[in-house]
Design a protein around this ligand. Structure first.
Ligand SMILES: Cc1cc2nc3c(=O)[nH]c(=O)nc-3n(C[C@H](O)[C@H](O)[C@H](O)COP(=O)(O)OP(=O)(O)OC[C@H]3O[C@@H](n4cnc5c(N)ncnc54)[C@H](O)[C@@H]3O)c2cc1C
Length: 453
């Protein structure tokens, strides 16, 4: 059938995409390789298997960006949220679920849908025609990974993430830090002041190295290659190679003058670089790490200027297949070079079960609209969905693109509200109120025919 939507991968994103499209009257075939071909993390043949934690994180839709994403997915009739709500376990403010019952319920609901077919087997080549969504996730099979890389160019498809921690700009103490590019390089004032610098004296540096060496680290999962490249070594591994290594690497103090103490030469300098077009997020350059999350927060707050830092995300290195979406995808998540193929889920450069399912929801709706001959308005940037899709398809810096969780740093600021810690509650409420209105407006403005219409 020419109007069938084909989805490769029945994980969080593929399952939600299938549900959205089928709910709008579009026949769907999900091509899923498990259980015939497994991955090192999945244990079952169920769709939407949670590979690690059983939590969809905060369910607070007034003060938390992931909670807002839950709200938006529920408003759109999302399957992942509906099944998570049905199999919810007590977990305070978090949405934790009985993972087996949850995945079984998603699988049974999709298999029972008259418009959904689940076709077992691995797909290893890019489809030449038809309408497709690739939602094969962080553990995309090798054959398909190679086919994607052949289309995009190897440099635009990563097989590991090397995530440096990302800090909210408004939590950095600028009475200690300053803006300057090394040797004031750059044609424009903006380029000459592109980096945010945090200075260390000798004692601070030595204490920092001690803390790095002593911190708790995460091991690679069994079956996950530990062969990361020299170009993206974790900082603690660099420190293990010698106490001075970081001072000759990402923490070199050269070409920089601290305007707060112009006569004192820093012993080391930590640099942060803008991570989004809005300038609300900064990543700590070269600080990818395998330290555990709790240890990271403690160690990074030792950096002068970051004592009160709030982290939009902490660092990590994982096996993770993902595209350089800002260069490869259009604003409807279509591959620019082959627009009959959309991507969805973690492979687009979002991170986490909820974000992956959310991008599946959008891809499913957008594909359904296309197959119904409709052109939906752009996804509103003020919604959590819109903030995420905007980030991955354009807002993020393409050169340093790494997977991203949803967070309020991706949202446009709300005018007239107090910054900093004290204004945070009002600010977050304003973001979520504005997001809900924008998202509901998009759903209302773009009613697809329901299967029963
Ligand atoms: C080890 C590990 C631990 C993680 N822990 C967490 C966590 O605790 N919390 C969290 O929020 N996120 C976690 N993640 C991230 C998590 O994988 C994603 O958040 C989420 O599952 C991604 O959804 P997805 O639909 O994009 O991919 P997946 O859910 O992985 O679904 C992709 C599907 O595609 C199938 N597939 C792959 N290649 C092919 C092919 N060629 N043909 C057919 N089918 C194929 C796979 O079998 C799979 O079912 C973890 C990831 C990994 C790898």
């Amino acid at each position: 059938m020419t109007n069938t939507l084909h989805i490769i991968g029945g994980g969080m994103a593929g399952s939600e995409a299938a549900w959205q499209a089928a709910s709008h009257g579009i026949p769907v075939t999900i091509h899923e390789m498990r259980p015939e071909t497994g991955t090192f993390a999945h244990q079952t043949g169920d769709l939407a298997e949670m590979v690690c934690s059983n939590s969809f994180r905060s369910d607070d839709d007034e003060q938390n960006a992931v909670g807002l994403l839950h709200w938006e997915m529920r408003a759109a009739g999302g399957l992942i949220m509906a099944m998570a709500d049905r199999h919810r376990l007590p977990a305070g403010g978090a949405l934790a679920v009985d993972r087996d019952a949850f995945a079984r319920a998603v699988t049974e609901t999709l298999r029972a849908h008259p418009l959904v077919t689940v076709a077992p087997g691995e797909i290893s080549a890019l489809p030449e025609d038809g309408t497709w969504i690739i939602a094969t996730g962080p553990l995309t099979s090798q054959g398909l990974g190679q086919a994607i890389a052949a289309e995009t160019g190897a440099e635009a498809l990563a097989f590991f993430d090397a995530i440096a921690p990302i800090v909210y700009h408004d939590s950095i103490d600028m009475s200690r830090a300053w803006m300057q590019s090394r040797y004031d390089k750059g044609e424009t004032e903006e380029e000459r002041t592109a980096y945010l610098n945090c200075p260390m004296d000798r004692d601070q540096y030595e204490a920092f190295i001690d803390a790095l060496l002593a911190a708790d680290k995460t091991e690679f999962h069994e079956g996950e290659t530990a062969g990361y490249f020299d170009g993206c070594l974790p900082i603690e591994v660099m420190a293990e190679r010698g106490r001075e290594t970081l001072r000759h690497g990402p923490m070199k103090p050269v070409g920089l003058t601290n305007p707060h103490q112009p006569d004192v030469k820093p012993h080391a300098v930590v640099q942060l670089r803008r991570d989004n077009a809005l300038g609300t997020l900064y990543n700590i350059v070269g600080f990818q790490t395998k330290m555990k999350y709790g240890a990271q927060a403690d160690v990074f707050k030792m950096i002068p200027g970051l004592e009160n830092a709030r982290f939009a995300r902490l660092g990590g290195i994982h096996r993770n297949t993902f595209l350089n979406s800002p260069t490869l995808l259009d604003d409807q998540m279509r591959l620019k070079s082959r627009p009959h193929i959309r991507f969805a889920g973690q492979i687009t450069g979002v991170e986490g079960y909820v974000e992956s399912a959310a991008m599946g929801l959008l891809a499913g709706r957008l594909a359904a609209a296309e197959l119904s001959g409709k052109t939906p308005p752009p996804v509103p940037q003020d919604s959590a969905m819109g903030a995420l899709i905007h980030h991955i398809t354009g807002g993020a810096e393409a050169k340093t693109f790494q997977p991203m969780n949803v967070n309020f740093g991706l949202f446009r600021p709300v005018d007239g509200l107090k910054g900093g810690r004290r204004g945070r509650k009002d600010r977050y409420k304003a973001y979520t109120d504005r997001g809900k209105e924008a998202w509901q407006g998009w759903l209302d403005a773009y009613p697809l025919p329901r299967q029963t219409d």
